[in-house]
Design a binder for this molecule. Structure first.
Ligand SMILES: CC(C)(COP(=O)(O)OP(=O)(O)OC[C@H]1O[C@@H](n2cnc3c(N)ncnc32)[C@H](O)[C@@H]1OP(=O)(O)O)[C@@H](O)C(=O)NCCC(=O)NCCS
Length: 217
């Protein structure tokens, strides 16, 4: 195996990508045996491998994954969003709007089918909103909603977004997944963008919930 800092480290990385977790562990041990990495680095690597393994095991058990949406998901996204929009739980979205914003969407996939989705909309101020969250009625209460929200919160955290909010008619769910109740007046960005033109603004039946990253570090 080449030393990790040599010019061939890209070849080495390619080789690593093909490996199983067990093979990765063996390679890291090999590096340690050759004094190429320190004991602390060995611990960091093996902790990371253990963590990845736990995530895989959890997903295997749950039998679904959450991933970035692609253009191949547009029909499924349309279907899911229309379904919940007709029930008055979400706002309808136009197909071209979904396509343009595809990078903001995440999908939950089970047995090769999209069973849930949501997107993360970022405002000029850096505040973000979870929109279009919906899980197929066939698989409700099996953890998909939580997994999608967690995926988007992780994405937000990687972008250094400090607060993520939602306007919802499912307050119990959002309080279960770590959001705190707030008031719409605390979200001037949302009021300016959507509420001011909303026909329901005088009798809004949605509740605002917010997730502050700093409370979860
Ligand atoms: C809200 C919604 C996304 C939840 O998805 P889900 O996959 O059923 O939720 P999960 O299984 O991940 O639930 C996570 C937790 O919230 C709880 N929960 C979920 N929906 C709930 C509800 N309506 N009332 C009370 N608790 C609820 C679950 O019991 C679970 O609690 P636990 O951790 O104690 O087990 C889903 O019901 C849905 O698509 N609703 C219609 C669309 C909608 O309201 N979208 C939100 C618009 S902002």
């Amino acid at each position: 195996m080449p030393p990790i800092n040599s010019e061939s480290s890209f070849v080495f990385l390619d080789e690593l990508k093909q490996s199983t977790l067990e093979e990765l562990y063996d390679k890291v041990m090999d590096l340690y045996d050759k004094d190429s990495i320190s004991k602390e680095e060995l611990k960091k690597f093996s902790d990371a491998i253990t963590m990845v393994n736990q995530v895989f095991l959890k997903q295997e058990k749950a039998n679904f994954i959450v991933r970035q949406a692609t253009l191949a998901d547009v029909d499924s996204l349309m279907e899911m969003i229309e379904y919940w929009a007709k029930k008055g739980q979400n706002l309808p979205r136009k197909r071209n709007d979904i396509i343009r914003g595809i990078q903001t969407f995440a999908v939950c996939v089970k047995d090769s089918q999209v069973v849930g989705c949501a997107c993360l909309y970022v405002y000029d101020s850096g505040l973000a909103e979870i929109r279009s969250l919906g899980v197929s009625p066939v698989v409700q209460r099996q953890g998909q909603g939580r997994a999608i929200v967690n995926y988007l919160l992780k994405r937000a955290s990687k972008m250094f977004i400090e607060r993520v909010f939602v306007l919802t008619r499912s307050p119990e769910f959002f309080s279960k997944v770590g959001f705190q109740k707030t008031v719409i007046e605390a979200l001037p960005e949302k009021i300016l963008k959507d509420c001011e033109n909303c026909p329901k603004r005088e009798q809004c039946d949605e509740v605002a919930y917010i997730f502050n990253m700093k409370d979860h570090k």
